[in-house]
Ligand binder design. Sequence first.
Ligand SMILES: Nc1ncnc2c1ncn2[C@@H]1O[C@H](COP(=O)(O)OP(=O)(O)O)[C@@H](O)[C@H]1O
Ligand SMILES: [Mg+2]
Length: 335
Amino acid sequence: MTDNTPVLEIEDLSVVYASRDGFVKAVEDVNLVVHKHEIVGLIGESGSGKSTMAYAVMRLLKGDAIVTKGSIRILGQDVYTLSRRELRKFRWTQMAMVFQSAMSALNPVLSVENQIVDTLLAHKPGMSKRAALERSEELMDLVRIDRKYLKSYPHELSGGMRQRVVIAIAIALNPALVIMDEPTTALDVVVQRTILDEIQRIQDQAGFAILFVSHDFSLVAELADRVAIMYAGRLVEVAPSRLLNLGDVHHPYTEGLLRAIPELTGDHVTIQGIKGHPPDLVNLPSGCAFHPRCPSAVDVCRVARPVATHVGDKLIECHLFRREEAVEHGSGSAG
Ligand SMILES: Nc1ncnc2c1ncn2[C@@H]1O[C@H](COP(=O)(O)OP(=O)(O)O)[C@@H](O)[C@H]1O
Ligand SMILES: [Mg+2]
């Protein structure tokens, strides 16, 4: 059950990387709201800016990244006005992140128990060791790993179990928002499916909001309440998952993604991809960045950037939709 309290509010966010070739426009003019209890999927091809956006929210961007404009608020608190000390406290207690590689998120020389207990005690100085141990057991139950593995070291666990431990640590302090950046991409398909079921079940119980980042369209559509489609650093469409059907109107890029999902027609599997390649983020195409690949492009697409427009419950950034309906920024929520 989602309610309308915003947990994450991203407003007009742009992030560039200073590179030898020029500025890489990794995230541009992004507006997105994630509500309490909501799962929002962030989808896009590799290199479209998803991780940059996720790291920007956590204020974990690397040194060569520059937030050129915009703001990020979590439960009303601007993440970029926090002092370093406040930020350290804010992470894990209000926002947590699960990365693609569980192995790199875990400390190889600490037992599972010690890692969970350390995280708890580091952020809750008043907590007793005993309460931390009890919470560790509770968390193992929550992610459905036998408590006996509390004594194990990361290398003694399977990939799926390691990722469950990482999830347990992320939710240990009941954050309002958990960002998951391709959390199952490194796992095999069967394990991936069970972890997704677990994420859904745990989220249902614990009630945090999730921003779930993935390049896998069908996976996210199934898990998320809403999806945000990223192309060349911009959100070209934000839509409720239930409206992700080919019969509905969509951004031409979303349409291409929908067509690329393997379709079972009798015993044939047809896959129709999107022609061409994602653009160079240093030298973006003029107008709409998708126009060189867009089957519906018209003259205006080459010269002017489209404005996000409400189309029913969706927000679409495309000239094909009437300009009079164009909305001002700040309404990334299409719900
Ligand atoms: N440290 C960096 N320096 C320069 N460019 C970078 C850096 N990190 C990422 N990029 C570029 O920013 C763009 C977005 O990357 P990323 O956010 O990782 O995309 P995604 O997560 O969607 O694959 C890509 O073009 C990538 O090459
Ligand atoms: Mg990424």
